[in-house]
Design a protein around this ligand. Structure first.
Ligand code: WQD
Length: 350
């Protein structure tokens, strides 16, 4: 099959492309306008897989360009894995229109192309943020979604609705929303990983950059939660496990002529881990001591969320194989690779 990966230069997109190229015979093309990534990612994919993926630098919010420059050029596309979206929770609160315009128009334009070019499969990158502060933990796919705390989270909830409503209208079309918990870690080779633009928001890149002296503070956002050590609990899932789930989801759509034209899967490890436990895991894996400080809770944070992943395990045959320590170790290996590049004067967009 020929698969379009949007956001192919991004964190989860690049790891998913690597897994597709290493585990299947599918052809992959990418659309990425490098708004939060860099062209060098495709060099890293080539270094790991020996294959050069063609990327089209197109803004998905430009429908006419998308048709003319991509779909009219590349021939038949069998499926789309749609990662490309803005994803900084805090920034989405400051710039809501930018987030709604980019994330929703990009999705809508792609679905208009699904219609026009008769594309059968569509996998949407969603997020556990749609569960909000769910009381019932771990959350299942049937746990009621709640009004997300941020415009970013809203673009995921509304995006799922747009896809499920669209799927009802298209005979033979099948769509999936994959709800990621907290993707962490880097490719086992240490030569591909997360390189957020500017100061990272997410815990693990903050930890590895703080340990490398790239940022000057590591603040634990609140230690007065109703959790064993007072810090918030999340379900940290290795990015390579997330990537493999997408390979299995592509096979699932291809093989299962299920009566369902739309479905949802939680992609989490099933284990809740606190902020302090992440910090302690990093200290154990790296041998570094982290001189963190305790600060106030961060607006929009939930106290605890972790996944019941049985549905994905049973239906997709997905077995997450990495632990939080594996993820931390791989993230630190990647950070040390970045430290070497930086020391050698290589320009990093991070
Ligand atoms: C995890 C925990 C922080 C930084 C968000 C989105 C989700 C997905 C992942 C994109 C929280 C604490 C963090 C720091 C800290 N988005 N923390 N100090 O907010 O759970 O999820 O990112 O893919 O959809 O909602 O992830 O890594 O920012 O925070 O104490 O410097 O770490 O308060 O408890 P989050 P996170």
């Amino acid at each position: 099959m020929k698969i379009l990966v949007t956001g192919g230069a991004g964190y989860i997109g690049s790891h998913t492309i690597i897994d597709i190229l290493e585990q299947t015979n599918h052809e992959v093309v990418s659309i990425d306008n490098f708004s939060n990534s860099e062209p060098a990612t495709f060099d890293r994919i080539a270094e790991i897989t020996g294959k050069r993926v063609k990327n089209y630098d197109i803004d998905l919010t430009k429908y006419a360009t998308l048709k003319r420059e991509f779909f009219n050029q590349v021939g038949k596309i069998d499926g789309i894995i749609h990662f490309a979206a803005l994803k900084a929770v805090g920034e989405s609160v400051e710039k809501p229109v930018k987030y709604y315009q980019n994330n929703l128009n990009g999705l809508i334009n792609l679905l208009k192309c699904v219609e026009k070019y008769n594309i059968k499969h569509f996998i949407f990158s969603s997020s556990c943020t749609v569960y909000g502060n769910a009381k019932e933990q771990p959350v299942t796919e049937d746990t009621p979604t709640q009004i997300p705390e941020s415009p970013y989270g809203y673009t995921k909830l509304v995006g799922e609705k747009i896809l499920s409503d669209f799927a009802k209208t298209k005979h033979g079309f099948k769509g999936l929303s994959l709800r990621y918990f907290n993707p962490v870690g880097a490719h086992i080779s240490g030569v591909n990983g997360e390189l957020p633009k500017g100061r990272p928001n997410n815990l693990v890149p903050v930890v590895t950059q703080f340990a490398s002296g790239w940022i000057d503070r590591l603040v634990v956002h609140g230690n007065d939660y109703n959790t064993p050590d007072g810090t918030a609990i999340r379900d940290y899932i290795h990015v390579s496990d997330i990537a493999h789930a997408h390979v299995l989801a592509v096979e699932y759509l291809d093989k299962h002529d299920t009566e369902k034209n739309y479905d949802v899967f939680n992609l989490g490890s099933g284990t809740g881990v606190s902020v302090l436990e992440v910090i302690k895991a990093f200290e154990a894996e790296s041998g570094e001591r982290l001189n963190y400080t305790i600060g106030p809770r961060r607006a929009g944070d939930v106290e605890k969320i972790f996944a019941n992943n049985r549905k994905a395990v049973d239906a997709l045959g997905w077995i997450p194989k990495y632990t939080i320590n594996d993820a931390i170790r791989s993230a630190w290996k990647w950070q040390q690779h970045l430290n070497t590049l930086k020391r050698d004067g290589k320009v990093l967009h991070g």
